[in-house]
Design a protein around this ligand. Structure first.
Ligand SMILES: [Zn+2]
Length: 250
């Protein structure tokens, strides 16, 4: 019997949200009847999945230009957000930093940056100006000295997101701001486009948050939520393509 990743109650007869995910016929998406959290039902909790994009890149080698093209719009938006929260100079820790596009550019804007990343291959591409710290924060015996911690599209990959936020809260200094970005399960297209619904669920995403479950997670992790807001990451062309052509734009 499995436990809910959010409320930890036993998933005795969860609601089936999707019978399979886009990259696995054998994995179901379910909803906890106790707290309503939508999540992947996994057979082996020890397996850590990487995104399908990362898997493709590892098979074919890394094309950083391609990844930059994919990530630059989000990277510029996130840097604008950080500058509105706290201007430079400030110390920023980015958890799940990937290739380090965000921290590299943030350093150029006058911030002092550190990163964690479990993928050692990606870690090699992180700019040398960025400090690398262990994903468990090195069991820090004194509070980590950061004004902001960022986690962009990272929490949905975790087997135990509440325990992770708990560890983070214990590791950072008082007053540290935490910026979390996750996909939004209350996506209009999930209702309007069946192909998008089938595309949306993926085996590397263990949790599917909406405003309510993200607030619930933050609360259970012992953090104080100040603001939750939505970002439209894709444009009108993408929306219309899914609704009219029933596929992603080329
Ligand atoms: Zn639950």
């Amino acid at each position: 019997m499995k436990h809910c990743r959010l409320c930890q109650s036993l998933l005795r007869s969860p609601v089936i949200v999707a019978e399979s995910v886009r990259d696995s016929k054998n994995q179901k998406v379910i909803q906890c009847q106790t707290c309503g959290h939508v999540q992947l039902l996994r057979e082996n909790p020890k397996v850590v999945s990487t995104s399908s994009l990362s898997q493709a890149a590892e098979r074919g080698g890394w094309d950083l230009n391609h990844f930059w093209d994919v990530e630059k719009h989000d990277t510029y938006r996130r840097i604008s957000l950080i500058k509105r929260i706290i201007p430079p100079p400030a110390k920023v820790l980015d958890i799940g930093t990937g290739f380090g596009f965000f921290v590299g550019l943030l350093t150029e804007h006058g911030y002092s940056c550190a990163s964690t990343e479990t993928n050692k291959t990606k870690l090699a591409y992180v700019p040398k100006s960025v400090t690398i710290i262990p994903p468990d924060f090195g069991n820090a015996d004194k509070p980590l000295d950061f004004e902001i911690v960022t986690m962009f599209h990272m929490l949905e990959h975790l087997e135990e997101p509440v325990a992770f936020l708990d560890l983070l809260r214990e590791s950072v200094k008082s007053g540290c701001r935490i910026v979390i970005e996750v996909p939004n399960r209350d996506d209009l297209l999930l209702r309007e486009s069946r192909p998008y619904f089938e595309f949306y669920w993926q085996k590397s995403h263990l949790s599917y948050f909406n405003r309510e479950s993200l607030a619930d997670l933050i609360c259970r992790g012992g953090l104080r939520s100040s603001e939750i807001f939505s970002i439209q990451r894709y444009g009108l062309l993408n929306l219309m393509s899914w609704i009219i052509k029933w596929e992603a734009p080329n």
